[in-house]
Design a protein around this ligand. Structure first.
Ligand SMILES: Nc1ncnc2c1ncn2[C@@H]1O[C@H](COP(=O)(O)OP(=O)(O)OP(=O)(O)O)[C@@H](O)[C@H]1O
Length: 260
């Protein structure tokens, strides 16, 4: 099941060609991503793992157009987004990308519903966005009363569910999640991951960075990043979501092989 190198084909929704990212830190060049050729397939649930500082977040930012490569390209549905102007890139992100981060950053002065509406209204009219929001809130199990609450009144698990709704409200092509359960206890983590798996099962493409084996085991595919390159990948697509033990065992074996 383990393949040493992530291969690239023409079927990817996101494809990178020799994607490289270098940072200059105090006069020293740090080559964080080196010539990455990879693809994210439509409908997949791709997990990015690797040691701390390996460049997982940097890769997520490059794939989602939040940052640009130093060299190489990122294509989204055949469009080279890495060549876009800042304005065009911002429009691209609003139209095609949803984000869910460890720090949830809800606006305290707005109700839960208004936090979600604020993002949704960038891409649709009020009525459509409200209807979509209500459906998503139903899906994640937040009641009408919960939707009227202000962020300060939410538990960690509720806030994470709001963040998921906000990430999906604009019907993004891809949902990017960076350690989405990093601050949650295991019960809330499971709820959020079950929801991510559920939206993925409806065809939503998900790309998630995590340090956690149990979270990673929800993916359809795990990429292992180290020293700026993809050292290996594991496909979990053939194992049903319900078989958590088999998924976690396969993930743990893969990570041991990768020297994690
Ligand atoms: N904007 C930046 N300027 C300079 N260096 C940066 C910048 N962003 C990231 N780096 C450096 O790039 C390296 C990779 O960072 P990144 O956050 O992508 O790693 P990571 O694998 O996500 O780490 P972690 O698992 O600890 O969150 C780190 O050494 C970091 O200090």
């Amino acid at each position: 099941m383990v393949r040493r190198h992530a291969l690239r084909s023409v079927t990817g929704m996101i494809t990178t060609d020799k994607l490289s990212k270098t940072f200059s830190n105090a006069g020293t060049q740090q080559h964080v991503l080196k010539n990455l050729d990879l693809e994210i397939e439509r409908g997949s649930f791709t997990v990015i793992m690797g040691p701390s500082g390996a460049g997982k977040s940097t890769l997520l930012y490059a794939l989602s157009g939040m940052d640009r490569p130093t060299l190489g390209t990122v294509e989204f549905d055949g469009e080279t987004i890495s060549g876009y102007s800042e304005d065009k890139l911002a429009k691209f992100r609003r139209r095609h990308c949803g984000f869910m981060f460890q720090q949830i950053h809800l606006l305290d002065s707005l109700s839960v519903m208004d936090n979600v509406m604020a993002v949704g209204l960038l891409t649709g009219d009020r009525r459509t966005v409200k209807e979509r929001g209500d459906k998503l809130f139903d899906l994640v199990g937040l009641s009408v009363a919960d939707r009227r609450k202000f962020p300060g009144m939410l538990s960690g698990g509720e806030a994470a569910r709001v963040a998921l709704v906000r990430g999906l409200i604009a019907e993004p092509g891809v949902l990017f999640a960076d350690e989405p359960t990093g601050q949650l206890n295991s019960e809330f983590s499971r709820i959020v991951l079950d929801l991510l798996a559920a939206v993925n099962a409806t065809g939503q493409t998900v790309v998630m960075v995590t340090h956690d084996i149990r979270s990673a085991a929800y993916g359809s595919r795990i990429l292992y990043l180290r020293d700026g390159t993809i050292q290996g990948e594991l496909s979990l697509a053939d194992l049903p979501q319900g078989d958590a033990a088999a998924r976690q065992n396969a993930t743990a074996e893969f990570l041991a092989e990768m020297g994690w």
